[in-house]
Write a protein that binds this ligand. Structure first.
Ligand code: NDP
Length: 280
């Protein structure tokens, strides 16, 4: 039987991860089984242990389990510790090793696939959930300028800002004060608003014709923010599909010691999403 891997989340039915890891496996000649496991937060720990007992060697963790996964690990990578969230688990004799590949995947997609220079950009991060925790340390390492974090629940933005440990460079603000923040060179939507709502409203004063706008979501969930960014006149508008493939490649390398070529897998997913968008 092929070694077992899985992604745990809730909901998880529409996850592209099984497709991506199967494609990486075919490309690299590595036999693997990768499934999606839908489990509630209350049942996550038991499901993870059952998976390990059944031969599970590694897992991805997504919404809403990333912070719980952190406390279930025996060992954490530095980037998982800095993120305060885990999206990749590796089974060892001692238990689970936790890592976070979201930030590396995010930066690699923007700098390598899209050829963007992130350095010195005055940056606005919307959201302070698991994904925002993953990308914020990687943004700092990528050399962005000032970072402003805004979240519906302000305490979480304060906590993320404090955890980054750069008070001169990183600060949190209230959502209601967005209109007074001036313009940004880089705006990141790390909220899940687009999963619940078809509209996204922000002051147009946040954007300039040089602004890079990136949504971590992809597919239909990215449409509201990307529509706002285009109508605000942002220079470049990117969704989270490339990040998804890059963070998966980072996980794949952790598990199998081989880095897959992400380009054909990204292009195939892009073609599929274009076909779906024009299907009706
Ligand atoms: P979490 O549930 O951990 O966080 C959700 C965030 O969205 C919180 O900041 C929450 O604010 C905010 N939010 C939710 N609803 C609203 C609303 N109606 N108004 C304002 N803010 C809202 O989710 P994740 O951080 O894991 O994921 C966020 C998004 O990023 C998802 O759409 C996910 O698909 C995407 N993602 C993409 C990845 C990729 O590889 N491309 C990887 C990881 C995530 P509050 O704290 O107040 O609840």
């Amino acid at each position: 039987m092929a070694p077992r891997y899985a992604v745990f989340g809730h909901p998880i039915a529409h996850s592209l991860s099984p497709q991506i890891h199967a494609a990486f496996g075919r490309q690299t000649g590595i036999a693997l089984e990768y499934t999606a496991i839908d489990v509630s937060i209350d049942d996550f720990h038991a499901a993870l242990e059952a998976f390990a007992a059944g031969g599970g060697r590694g897992a991805n963790v997504t919404l809403p389990h990333k912070q719980l996964a952190l406390v279930l690990c025996e060992h954490l990578s530095e980037r998982a510790q800095r993120a305060g969230a885990v999206n990749t688990l590796v089974r060892t004799e001692a238990g689970w090793d936790g890592d976070n590949t979201d930030g590396a995947g995010f930066v690699r997609d923007l700098t390598e696939r899209h050829g963007l220079d992130l350095r010195s950009r005055r940056t606005l991060l919307l959201g302070a959930g698991g994904a925002a925790h993953g990308v914020a340390p990687a943004l700092i390492d990528a050399g962005i300028g000032e970072l402003t974090i805004i979240n519906r629940t302000p305490d979480k933005a304060d906590a993320l800002s404090d955890a980054l440990g750069q008070p001169g460079r990183v600060h949190s603000r209230y959502w209601s004060d967005l209109g007074n923040q001036g313009a940004f060179d880089f705006i990141i939507n790390a909220t899940s608003i687009g999963r619940e709502s078809t509209s996204f409203s922000l002051p147009y004063s946040l954007a300039t014709p040089r602004t890079l706008a990136v949504d971590l979501s992809y597919g239909e969930a990215a449409i509201p923010f990307m529509a706002w960014a285009r109508s605000a006149g942002c220079h470049t508008v990117v969704d989270g599909l490339g990040m998804l493939v890059e963070q998966a490649a980072e996980s794949f390398e952790r598990w199998h010691g081989v880095r897959p070529d992400t380009r054909p897998v990204y292009e195939q997913l892009l073609r599929k999403s274009d076909m779906l968008a024009t299907a009706d």
